[in-house]
Design a protein around this ligand. Structure first.
Ligand SMILES: Nc1ncnc2c1ncn2[C@@H]1O[C@H](COP(=O)(O)OP(=O)(O)OP(=O)(O)O)[C@@H](O)[C@H]1O
Ligand SMILES: [Mg+2]
Length: 229
């Protein structure tokens, strides 16, 4: 699935001020590619991911999904079936256990409960979570463990597109590499599009295309492309 931004912009408006968080962005995110978006705090990265995910509509320009404007599509269904988001602040359901969080997207898709649970547990194990943690509530886990639960929840469904906002922000080096390796494999071996927002230059090294966001504008970073496969 191709996701394309065409002169897309997003402006937060309130009674007191307007903030043009994303300005005139044109680019395409294609299957089988790992993209990194870097940029200073406040440069518009989370806003850009939110319009790519269809969580908000652009206030100018458009987002095209395989050539069709996202405004015309059933966006909750698009997210359910094709786009997974890993949020900057995890967004785990606090009253659901670790495994209930991970299985949630599969329940929404009405998968058979036994199969769904098995897939959720596999995803948790692949992210180095331990079975004795599966029945606990998220707030009894460390920040890095919660982040890995959020990633497991995004991976279980096999979405075409995975959008991740600082997925390694709370992780040590070893766990960061584990997750970046998984994401890179999903792009290379399964043809998914992976878009990772990150402050971490090491994380950006896993990407085959690196963008930089500056004051709402998205620029490709040709220097960062050198020597990449
Ligand atoms: N709900 C909102 N209402 C008004 N302004 C907002 C809102 N959310 C974000 N902004 C503003 O839009 C701009 C871009 O914010 P955004 O969250 O996209 O940045 P970011 O690059 O993700 O930053 P960080 O690296 O700190 O997460 C900032 O100036 C921010 O203050
Ligand atoms: Mg952000």
């Amino acid at each position: 699935m191709d996701l394309k931004l065409e002169q897309a912009g997003y402006c937060y408006r309130s009674k007191y001020q307007t903030v043009e968080a994303v300005k005139d962005v044109t680019c395409t995110f294609s299957p089988g590619t790992f993209y990194a978006i870097m940029g200073k705090s406040g440069s518009g990265k989370t806003t850009l991911l939110s319009i790519l995910a269809g969580l908000m509509l652009p206030t100018s320009g458009q987002v095209l999904v395989d050539g069709i404007s996202i405004a015309e599509l059933d966006r909750p269904r698009l997210r359910l079936e094709h786009i997974s988001v890993i949020y900057q602040d995890f967004n785990l359901f606090p009253l659901l256990t670790v495994e209930e969080n991970a299985v949630y997207p599969l329940r929404l898709r009405r998968q058979r409960e036994a199969d769904a649970l098995e897939r959720a547990r596999e995803a948790l194990l692949s992210l180095d979570l331990r079975p004795e943690q599966f029945r606990r509530l998220p707030n009894t886990l460390s920040g890095g463990e919660q982040q890995r639960v959020a990633i497991a929840r995004a991976l279980v469904t096999g979405s075409d597109v995975i959008l991740a906002d600082e997925p390694t922000g709370s992780l040590d080096e070893e766990n960061s590499q584990l997750i970046l390796d998984i994401l890179r494999r999903l792009a290379r071996e399964q043809g998914r599009s992976i878009v990772v927002v990150t402050h971490d230059p090491v994380a950006a090294e896993y990407a085959s295309v690196v963008f930089r966001m500056r004051d709402g504008h998205l620029l490709e970073d040709p220097g960062a492309q050198e020597g990449r496969a």
